[in-house]
Design a protein around this ligand. Structure first.
Ligand SMILES: NC(=O)C1=CN([C@@H]2O[C@H](COP(=O)(O)OP(=O)(O)OC[C@H]3O[C@@H](n4cnc5c(N)ncnc54)[C@H](OP(=O)(O)O)[C@@H]3O)[C@@H](O)[C@H]2O)C=CC1
Ligand SMILES: CC(=O)N[C@@H](CCC(=O)OP(=O)(O)O)C(=O)O
Length: 346
């Protein structure tokens, strides 16, 4: 059987190298080429010694990746993928952007939050938003995929079934989220420098984070009406993980048992969604290095508040794992291929 030839642009970043790791273990795909600007000519194992004797592929150029691959993933900073996507589509290759260049449907919102424009509007029309558990049918067979980020996966998955079933009120939803430091990428900054980060815990970009319009876009599609969200991200001094604690007012008469039923029905057969039993709470530790999204449900009957807590690994379900899940789906491969990853128990 011929394996799908997968190339990764930006392979030396955290999302890129996580893609390399997962493709190395994929039964129906193989790494065909990787690129880097800073490390061109070096092997991946020189950049990440964990891959000594496992991946000695040399980092080349974007052009080489394009030439040698059938499927191309870009794991680049926002704003660098539009031209590459156009080249890939023109050359008949499948392309997934792990950044935000194709995630927002509205160019106005893109301008407001990212400061750029849609350079090829037809290409943006062609892009599909790759959140398989919510939009699976739109992704099948597609060649241009916008892969959601970490918060924008954890929050909609936590809220969608309740919102879709009308069991929570659409106004006043709050997402209170915590992220591991790999979410900020590999480039060192003062904020992710060990002494400044360790033993600290703080919110950032409070009610002003650029993931807000993306989550609102997804939740609005699910609800069939415009949803506004209050989103507060926090930086947690751990390597991996997103914990999303989401609050909404219960719809009149809605009870936790009915909400649980809605989640069981909506996510029936979803391999990567683990709906936890009553009383258990999602924990980032239990999803580490996996493509799982653990979800736990609660209600505070005293205040009429619904609380959903979800946990994902930001590098896997929040980035590389989801990108491969989308690739599998788009190519008609078993969606879980290469992604039945077993978490460490502690
Ligand atoms: N980290 C995470 O949890 C998540 C990240 N993402 C998204 O994935 C993308 C990559 O993020 P992440 O891996 O964290 O970031 P990193 O900073 O770790 O990596 C960035 C990569 O982009 C390359 N790069 C940087 N600038 C340029 C440039 N001007 N031209 C070409 N290549 C460049 C770097 O390559 P070089 O070797 O040349 O330095 C590096 O490989 C971002 O869009 C991010 O938002 C999405 C979901 C989660
Ligand atoms: C801790 C941290 O800095 N996290 C990043 C989000 C990482 C991510 O999901 O990337 P996308 O922007 O591609 O969605 C942030 O807050 O911007």
């Amino acid at each position: 059987m011929n394996r799908v030839k997968v190339g990764i642009v930006g392979a030396t970043g955290y999302a890129g190298v996580e893609l390399c790791r997962l493709i190395m273990g994929h039964p129906q795909a193989e790494l065909s080429a990787i690129s880097s600007v800073s490390f061109e000519g070096k092997t991946l194992s020189e950049v990440y010694p964990a891959y000594f004797h496992m991946c000695d592929m040399i980092c080349g150029t974007q052009e080489q990746v394009l030439e040698k691959s059938e499927v191309i993933f870009a794991a680049l900073p926002h704003g660098l993928s539009q031209e590459l996507a156009a080249q890939c589509v023109k050359a008949g290759k499948a392309f997934t952007d792990l950044g935000a260049d194709f995630r927002l449907e509205s160019e106005e919102e893109y301008k407001e939050w990212y400061g750029g424009s849609f350079t090829d509007k037809a290409l943006h029309q062609e892009a599909v938003y790759g959140l398989p558990e919510l939009f699976r049918e739109r992704i099948r067979g597609k060649r241009l995929i916008a892969n959601p980020g970490c918060y924008t996966t954890a929050v909609p998955l936590a809220l969608a079934p309740a919102l879709e079933a009308g069991l929570i009120q659409p106004e006043g939803i709050i997402a209170d989220c915590k992220s591991g430091v790999t979410g900020a990428g590999r480039k060192p900054t003062q904020g992710n420098h060990y002494p400044e980060l360790n033993e600290g815990f703080t919110a950032y970009k409070v009610a002003a984070h650029r993931h807000t319009p993306e989550m609102e876009q997804t939740l609005s599609h699910i609800a069939g009406q415009k949803i506004k969200l209050t989103f507060v991200p926090h930086l947690l001094p751990i390597n991996r993980g997103i914990l999303a604690t989401c609050y909404a007012k219960l719809a009149p008469g809605a009870e936790l048992a009915a909400i649980r039923k809605a989640y069981e029905n909506r996510y029936a057969g979803e391999f990567f969604i683990r709906l936890l039993p009553d009383g258990q709470c999602a924990n980032v530790k239990n999803v580490r290095c996996t493509n799982f999204c653990d979800i736990s449900l609660f209600a505070d009957s005293r205040t009429g508040t619904f609380i959903a807590v979800s946990a994902i690994d930001n590098m896997v379900k929040g980035a590389a794992g989801q990108a491969i899940q989308n690739m599998n789906l788009a190519l008609g491969i078993d969606e879980t291929a290469g992604l039945k990853l077993v978490p460490p128990a502690f």
